[in-house]
Design a protein around this ligand. Structure first.
Ligand SMILES: [Zn+2]
Length: 295
């Protein structure tokens, strides 16, 4: 199942007890998914679960059966709500567009229900393993403003955009995308999104560490190569036997262990040398080689 499918399944299984919230969820569904049509609003869906939920809520809120018998096999479900019924829900139709006659989202429970309805009717979400993105879209400017105001009023940094004739409210990072889902009360989906984020961060951290190790190895081999080159030059020009004993020892050690790190070389000395001492001696060898090559 897609992440969007999982979110919707979770939302459709949320138990709602209060009539106020059922009303707001119906309003959200109709505002974002309904089409004004011949003095009523038409709503169609392919989701049996959504159709069932809408039927139950409509019966509980308005005591009317919009679908006496829901056939689970039908595959597509259609509702038609005439204007007098819309009126009961605080909605109307003006110039062929659904309008709001009364605001019914005063309480935060109802605001959430309204956004949940909007998302169920017209929401989308990316798989959080690829991107953090949650959207709710509509052609209806008034309901777009309303939903944006509700979500923003909860302190969420949601974004708005106009895409051709669609108005889009969206979250485009793990924080605002999961916050929008939180408004709809899809807590399982929120958890999954944040979990995907943690996994991704872990992977990125492991990659960074690996890159750091690789850089370290590169640096070690670069230094080692430079030192070995210097020592070979000294050997050619004057012979290692002409070096002071402590430098000669280090020169031989480096030649025998090309590619070893400074610390490894220190440990090979008997007694072990301090890193700074060894480093000074290697630098001294490079210095000598430089002088020899200038001659
Ligand atoms: Zn409520």
């Amino acid at each position: 199942m897609t992440f969007l499918g999982e979110i919707k399944t979770e939302l459709l299984s949320l138990k709602i007890k209060k009539i106020c919230c059922m009303t707001s969820e119906i309003r959200g569904i109709l505002a974002f998914g309904g089409v004004a049509f011949n003095e009523g609003v038409f709503f169609g869906t392919d989701s049996f679960e959504l159709a069932k939920r809408l039927s139950i809520f409509l019966r509980k809120v308005l005591n009317i059966d919009f679908m006496e018998r829901l056939d689970e096999e039908a595959g597509s479900y259609k509702f038609f709500l005439p204007e007098n019924v819309l009126y009961e829900l605080g909605l109307g139709i003006e110039d062929g567009v659904i309008t709001e006659l009364n605001n019914k989202e005063d309480e935060s429970c109802c605001m959430r229900a309204f956004i949940r309805g909007a998302f169920l009717a017209s929401g989308s979400a990316s798989n959080p393993e690829r991107a953090y993105r949650v959207e709710i879209f509509t052609e209806n400017k008034a309901f777009y403003d309303k939903a944006f105001n509700i979500i923003s009023s909860m302190g969420i940094d949601c974004k708005k955009a106009k895409r051709k004739n669609l108005y889009v409210i969206y979250g485009n990072n793990s924080e605002n995308a999961s916050d929008i889902l939180k408004v709809t009360e899809a807590s399982g989906a929120v958890f999954k999104m944040l979990d995907a984020k943690i996994e991704k961060e872990k992977r990125n951290k492991a990659n960074r560490l690996m890159n750091f190790d690789m850089a370290n190895i590169d640096r070690i081999s670069e230094n080692s190569e430079r030192e070995a080159r210097a020592i070979r030059l000294i050997e050619e020009k004057i012979g290692l036997d002409n070096l002071k004993p402590n430098l000669r020892l280090v020169a031989k050690l480096r030649m025998e262990n090309e590619g070893a790190s400074l610390r490894e070389l220190c440990e090979m000395c008997d007694p072990p040398l301090a890193k700074s001492t060894l480093n000074n001696r290697l630098n001294k060898l490079i210095q000598i080689a430089k002088e020899l090559s200038d001659d």
